[in-house]
Write a protein that binds this ligand. Structure first.
Ligand code: ABU
Length: 540
C-alpha cells in the first residue's frame, strides 16, 4: 500500500464518506427497505434544521421526506389485506416495547424517525378493509392530503386575519350542508366532536328560549328545565344536562320501540307529565342513526310534538347525517329533518372525512354569536379593516378552533356531491349484503334485527351453541362468546368487530361498514374469520 500524505488521507476519507452518503441516499430514495436518513442528517439535532438554521433547507427536506416515506408505507400497509390490522400488546408489554420517556437532552433526528416508525407499527390500522369496529373507519386519501396540508398551515380558525382561505371555505361548505338539510339560511360551526356539537345545540336552545340566561343565570328561568331524548341516544345528550346545571334526572329517557326508535306517544306523555308538575320542557333530542343499532327516530312526529309544546328540536345526526346525500336512503330515515331547529352531522363518520370533522347547524342566522359571544377585545376588534362577521371565534365557547374544514372541502371537491351519494349507496348495499350472508348461515350467525343503517347487530354461534333452541339462557351464553371471540380477534390481529350489551340483551356484535375500502369479499372475510377463530369457543 502506497503512503498517503495527510491531505491525501483526508481527501480519501471524504470520498468514502460521500460514497456512503450517496449509497444511503440512493437506498432511501429507491424505496428499498425502511426509510432511513443519511448519517449526516440522521445525526443532526432539532437546532440544525429549520427554523433554527436558515441554511438547512436540504437537511430539513431530507428529514421531512423520510417522515413522509414512513407515512406512505403506512398508507400502503393499511390498504394491504395481507397485513394485520394490529399487533396487539398488553399495556405493560407495550410500555416495554416503546420508549415513551422524555429526556433532558435532545435526541437526534434519526431517533425521531425511528419514533415515527414505531408509533405507526403499533397503531391499529383503522383504515384496513377488515376493521369494522368503529363508526369512523377508513383512510380517505384526499382527505388525508387535506389533513397534511392543514398541519403545515398550522393556523387557528378564530379570525379571518389568520385563516382567510379556510374561513371562506368553511362558509361555503357549511352553507351547502345547511341547504342539504333543507334550510335557506342559518348558522353553523365545526366543533370538536359530536358530543360538543350537541352541547352547542343545547346552549343555543336555552339561549333561544331564555335569552336573559346569559347574563342572569339560572335564577332567570322560572321552573326547572327538562330535556327529552330516547333511551338509545348518545350519552353526550345526557351529559348536557349534567354540564349545564339541569342534573341528569332532568334529562328524560323516552322509551324506544323494538328497533330502537323513539316512541312519539311516550314523548308526549312524558312532556305533559313534567309540564303538569311545573317543570319547563324545552329541548328534545331526536337521533338519526343511533350509535349501537343505527336507528332513526321518527322526525315528523317528533317535530309535531315540539311544535305543539313549543320545544326546541335538535337532531343528532352525527352518525346518520351522511345519508342526506342519498336519494335512495335519505327517505324515510331523515324525512322531516328540515323541521329541526338544530342538527349535528359528523363528516368524519359516514362520509369518511379524516378525524375529526364534526359540524352543528342551526336554523337561525346569528344565533351562535348571540348565544356565545364574549367580545374579547384582544381578538375580536370591531374596527378591523374587514367585516368582523368573518371572525368565527366568538361564536363558540372554546376560543381556539382547529382547522377541520380543509380536509372536508378537498374531499368534497375530489368526490363531488355525486361521489358522496355513490359512497352512501355503496355502504348501504354492503350492509344489505352482509345481512343476506348472515341469513344464509343460520347455524353460525343470528341476526338480531333488520338494520336501518350500516350497523349490523348479530350474534356468532360457536359449535357448542349450534342447534340449541334460542332463549334467554342461550343469549347470555352468546354474550359471553362475544368477549372471548373479540379477544381472539385482537390476539390474531386479523379482524376487528365491536360488541356491547344494550338494555334488552347481553353482549352482541355491532359491525360497521363506513369505509370505502370495504368490498363484498371483506364482508365474507369478516364472517369466515369469526368462524375460524370462534368455532371452538366454549362458554359456561
Ligand atoms: N361518538 C360515537 C362513536 C362510537 C363508535 O365509534 O362506536
Amino acid at each position: 500500500m502506497s503512503k498517503l500524505s495527510l491531505d491525501g488521507f483526508y481527501s480519501y476519507c471524504k470520498q468514502i464518506a460521500e460514497h456512503i452518503q450517496l449509497g444511503e441516499r440512493m437506498a432511501s430514495l429507491s424505496g428499498q427497505g425502511t426509510p432511513r436518513l443519511t448519517s449526516s442528517v440522521g445525526n443532526l439535532y432539532y437546532d440544525s434544521i429549520l427554523p433554527y438554521r436558515e441554511d438547512s433547507q436540504a437537511q430539513t427536506r431530507e428529514f421531512l421526506s423520510r417522515v413522509v416515506d414512513v407515512l406512505l408505507d403506512f398508507v400502503h400497509q393499511v390498504n394491504d389485506r395481507n397485513e394485520k390490522i394490529l399487533e396487539f400488546r398488553m399495556p405493560e408489554e407495550m410500555n416495554k416495547l416503546c420508549d415513551f420517556q422524555l429526556h433532558d437532552e435532545p435526541l437526534p433526528l434519526k431517533q425521531l424517525l425511528e419514533d415515527c416508525k414505531l408509533a405507526l407499527k403499533h397503531q391499529v390500522k383503522t383504515g384496513h378493509p377488515h376493521f369494522f369496529n368503529q363508526l369512523s373507519c377508513g383512510l380517505d386519501i384526499i382527505s388525508l392530503a387535506g389533513e397534511w396540508l392543514t398541519a403545515a398551515a398550522n393556523t387557528n380558525m378564530f379570525t379571518y386575519e389568520i385563516a382567510p382561505v379556510f374561513i371562506l371555505m368553511e362558509n361555503v361548505v357549511l352553507e351547502k350542508m345547511r341547504n342539504m338539510i333543507g334550510w335557506r339560511t342559518g348558522d353553523s360551526i365545526l366543533a370538536p366532536g359530536g358530543s360538543i356539537s350537541n352541547l352547542y345545540a343545547f346552549l343555543a336552545a336555552r339561549h333561544h328560549k331564555f335569552p336573559q340566561y346569559k347574563e342572569k343565570g339560572l335564577s332567570s328561568i322560572g321552573g326547572h328545565l327538562v330535556m327529552f331524548t330516547s333511551d338509545q341516544c348518545h350519552y353526550s345528550v345526557k351529559s348536557c344536562a349534567s354540564v349545564c346545571g339541569l342534573g341528569t334526572d332532568y334529562c328524560i329517557c323516552v322509551p324506544s320501540d323494538e328497533r330502537g326508535r323513539m316512541i312519539p306517544a311516550e314523548l308526549e306523555r312524558l312532556v305533559k307529565y313534567h309540564r303538569d308538575r311545573g317543570n319547563v320542557p324545552f329541548f328534545v333530542n331526536a337521533t338519526s342513526g343511533t350509535t349501537v343499532l343505527g336507528a332513526f327516530d321518527p322526525l315528523e312526529e317528533i317535530a309535531d310534538i315540539c311544535q305543539k309544546y313549543d320545544m326546541w328540536m335538535h337532531v343528532d345526526a352525527a352518525w346518520g347525517g351522511g345519508l342526506l346525500f342519498s336519494k335512495k336512503y335519505r327517505h324515510p330515515r331523515l324525512t322531516g329533518v328540515e323541521r329541526a331547529d338544530s342538527v349535528t352531522w359528523n363528516p368524519h363518520k359516514l362520509m369518511g372525512t379524516l378525524l375529526q370533522c364534526s359540524t352543528v347547524h342551526f336554523k337561525y342566522e346569528g344565533i351562535l354569536l348571540n348565544c356565545n359571544a364574549m367580545s374579547a377585545e384582544y381578538l375580536f376588534m370591531t374596527d378591523k379593516i374587514y367585516d368582523p362577521k368573518y371572525d368565527t371565534g366568538d361564536k363558540v365557547i372554546q376560543c381556539g378552533r382547529h382547522n377541520d374544514i380543509f380536509k372536508l372541502w378537498l374531499q368534497w371537491r375530489g368526490k363531488g356531491t355525486s361521489g358522496f351519494e355513490r359512497h352512501m349507496d355503496r355502504l348501504m348495499e354492503l350492509a344489505e349484503y352482509q345481512v343476506r350472508r348472515i341469513k344464509e348461515q343460520p347455524d353460525k350467525f343470528h341476526l338480531i334485527l333488520e338494520p336501518e343503517m350500516v350497523n349490523v347487530s348479530f350474534w356468532y354461534l360457536p359449535k357448542q351453541l349450534r342447534g340449541v333452541p334460542h332463549d334467554a339462557q342461550k343469549e347470555i351464553k352468546l354474550g359471553k362468546v362475544c368477549a372471548k371471540l373479540k379477544g381472539k380477534m385482537m390476539q390474531s390481529g386479523t379482524l376487528m368487530v365491536g360488541y356491547q350489551p344494550d338494555d334488552r340483551r347481553p353482549n352482541f356484535y355491532r359491525s360497521i361498514i363506513s369505509s370505502a375500502a370495504v368490498t363484498e369479499k371483506d364482508v365474507d372475510f369478516m364472517l369466515a374469520e369469526m368462524d375460524r377463530l370462534g368455532q371452538d369457543i366454549i362458554v359456561d
